[in-house]
Design a protein around this ligand. Structure first.
Ligand code: G4P
Length: 545
């Protein structure tokens, strides 16, 4: 797999830089966090300040919490987790933001991985009371692998939390990431009095009753010691904050934009998504510092955003996104060019042209048909299953973008259908949900029932609930007689065929027709690997091959 990192891209970019201001003003990013750190709340506030929604979701409506669009699924609402990705576009101060929602649960890492393949930057949300948690670490590692620039947002400073210096230790030791604080909290929890914005030399103060405003009051300061003079900030709280603030200010000069864009250095903001603190600064940082659309690597060559011709790739497919539409949408990250509605695009895998007549852009509370879209944007293309994850679209060039993998599942089960008359609906459901990445479906070549694979057990619950809710088919699951699935390949097709012939009962095909070996145990897989050294057993497969 050829993966150009952002660091490589940052080096190459100047030579092939986009000049179209519409492309340059795009910022395409995702928020990564551990469940409960405040991703949903922050998303809401970003949309609110970006003018995409009018009402902060934290406001309770008829006793029921209004959720952002990213949490549309019933099961998510019940469980308070975000399990699918979607996209939200908004504009503020001349910058167009494309926010891609990533699932918060580790069981959906594959979906997350794909989503992160479509962004140019990430915001890492950390709960001030908890520091770096397991899921933050995992997602961070994916970002690191791709050198995605990361802005850190330490959230919930209005609650008792760890001391900022302890949190910094956690970031430095837990993630081995260099960082520079851009602000500092004045007290935390009950002592919370506000935030010092170091770069702007100002103090942001809370004001009661201003739920939907960026923050309460802004007090400019000439020097840091002025903090102690601000009415409402007790002397001892100011004195304690000052120590840290001075340290942080000393570090400010070490902020290096290039290092940030190469993914090696993270600016850190302190804030409270719930109380609107730090959200605007975060948006400003994204607007000012995060890179515009970066080049993307295809098997044939690197594609630059400023190129005339439109290219893009499908990183996600979502079925039944809106129960009223019952449609299926392929999310396409545009990699180059200026898209115009009605354009004919080549679906490279199929070799066929498709007229893109109703491309959709997604906003906070709705979607609109797009007349134009630019490199960096995410377009939704309604389709009936022709577009799959990993597919490339171009105007005419034969290209294949890389970097969208399938991971071997960790749990394998067989589906039990309660009403045999509904087998057809079940197949359709499995096909749709496999495309979304909720499940992988393996069909034994020797016949017999399909085997379903997932990365985490929660996916089976989501599958069960969605198959029932969206397709009207009640199902349950049983243990499969196999434990592991590995894609198989060989340099010599005859040797692969021989292996397949000798193991017909243990071979299946995935949704794309790729061959998979189903092993009854880890030991068996190892044994076969030793006995058949010409066969490659792989836990990863690049999509669209
Ligand atoms: P997630 O998407 O990362 O899972 O987190 P989410 O935004 O749903 O936030 C998890 C909980 O943390 C919510 O409380 C939310 O209100 C709270 N929260 C988020 N940001 C802040 C903050 O800056 N300060 C404080 N004090 N709390 C914050 P909940 O009780 O689970 O939900 P709800 O009853 O408030 O809706």
């Amino acid at each position: 797999m050829t993966t150009m990192t952002n660091a490589d891209a940052a080096v190459i970019a100047p030579a092939a830089k986009a000049t179209d201001p519409e492309i340059l003003r795009r910022r395409t990013f995702a928020i990564i966090s551990h469940p409960d750190a405040g991703k949903t709340t922050l998303t809401e506030k970003l949309l609110l300040f970006g003018g995409a929604i009018q009402l902060a979701g934290a406001v309770k409506a008829r006793g029921e919490r209004r959720r952002t669009r990213s949490d549309w699924m019933q099961i998510e609402q019940q469980r308070g987790i975000s399990v699918t990705s979607s996209v939200m576009m908004f504009e503020r101060a001349g910058i167009v933001y494309n926010l891609l929602d990533t699932p918060g649960h580790s069981d959906f890492s594959e979906d997350t991985y794909r989503t992160l393949s479509a962004v140019d930057a990430a915001v890492m949300v950390i709960d001030a009371a908890k520091g770096i948690e397991s899921q933050t670490r995992k997602l961070f590692e994916v970002c690191r692998l791709r050198d995605i620039p990361i802005i850190t947002f330490i959230n919930k400073i209005d609650r008792p939390g760890e001391d900022p210096l302890t949190l910094f230790d956690d970031i430095a030791s837990g993630l081995a990431l260099d960082f520079v604080p851009m602000g500092w909290p004045i007290g935390m929890g009950p002592d919370f009095r506000g935030v010092v914005d170091l770069a702007g030399m100002r103090v942001l103060l809370p004001e009661e009753g201003e739920r939907n405003a960026p923050f309460g009051r802004v007090v400019p300061i000439a020097s840091l010691s002025d903090i102690a003079e601000i009415p409402g900030i007790d002397a001892d709280i100011a004195a304690r904050a000052l120590e840290g603030v001075e340290l942080a200010q000393g570090a400010l000069s070490t902020f290096d934009l290039q290092a940030f864009r190469e993914g090696h250095l993270s600016p850190v903001f302190f804030g409270s998504a719930l109380r609107n603190f730090g959200v605007e600064q975060l948006l400003d940082a994204l607007g000012n510092w995060a890179p515009g659309p970066l080049p993307r690597v295809a098997v044939q060559r690197t594609v630059y955003p400023g190129e005339d011709q439109v290219t893009g790739f499908v990183f996600k497919v979502q079925a039944n996104m809106d129960p009223n539409h019952r449609d299926r949408i392929a999310f396409v990250r545009l990699c180059s060019g200026r898209f115009k509605r009605g354009m004919k695009l080549l679906h490279v895998r199929d070799g066929k042209y498709m007229t893109v007549s109703s491309p959709t852009l997604f906003f906070g509370q709705g979607r609109e048909t797009a007349d134009e879209a630019y490199a960096g944007d995410i377009m939704g293309l309604p389709n009936h299953g022709t577009l799959r994850v990993g597919d490339t679209l171009t105007e005419k060039e034969v290209l294949k973008f890389t970097g969208i993998p399938n991971f071997a599942p960790e749990l394998l089960r067989r589906v039990i259908i309660e009403d045999a008359m509904k087998a057809k609906q079940l197949n359709r459901a499995l096909d749709d949900l496999a495309e979304e990445g909720i499940v992988q479906v393996f069909t034994p070549i020797a016949g017999g029932r399909q085997i379903l694979g997932v990365v985490g057990v929660l996916q089976f619950e989501v599958l069960q609930s969605r198959v029932k809710a969206e397709y009207g088919v009640p199902v349950s699951f049983e243990q499969a007689p196999v434990e592991l699935a590995r894609w198989i390949s060989a340099d010599d097709p005859a040797k692969l065929q021989k292996f397949v012939d000798a193991h017909r009962g243990e071979i299946a095909t995935d949704r794309d027709g790729a061959l998979v070996f189903l092993a009854e145990s880890q030991w068996m897989l190892k044994y076969k690997g030793e006995k058949f050294p010409d066969i490659k057993f792989s836990a990863l497969r690049e999509r669209g091959e």
